[in-house]
Design a protein around this ligand. Sequence first.
Ligand code: FE
Ligand code: ZN
Ligand code: FE
Length: 192
Amino acid sequence: MAAPMAVQQAKKKSSGSIMDETKTGMESSQLMKLFEDSLKDIYWSEKALTKAIPKMIKNATSEELIEALKNHLEETHEQVTRCEDVFKSIDKKATAKKCEAMDGLMKEGEEIMKECEEGPMCDAGIIAAGQKIEHYEIASYGTLRQFAETLGLEEAVELLEATLEEEKAADMKLTEVAVSVVNVQASQEEEV
Ligand code: FE
Ligand code: ZN
Ligand code: FE
């Protein structure tokens, strides 16, 4: 009767883990792998954004938009560090893995900026591209935070939550700026 004994011991082991009792050790390690892969993906994205946002700032005209982008660039630098802290909290070396989705979103933004002349229309394009990026980040951090919660990684949950809130605020700020950019455009059209 060696097999049932082994099963019982395995059960005992998993019930003492950070996972809830209905989750097996196998599910836990697979989720951990998914968590790490997603973290590498967003870590790459944040680092890439520290180079992409300055290009958006250069092409922007509206003072309010420039201010919002500068502010979020600063936050993005902190978010890179925060990602590194999450890696540290799970005893892993910070590793970046190219995110094809974010790469595509940033390329779209560059295309928009190439095709428009500086001014309200270009600002509107930058805002649209920027909001797509923020939405992707909100989805990514929301998922990461949920994974961390399920895995019982309390420190990671707090770090990821902090960045998630910054991304949400950045998105709302861009919505606000969009309204004022549209208003500027309307007033310019009246002058013509
Ligand atoms: Fe970010
Ligand atoms: Zn990705
Ligand atoms: Fe962001």
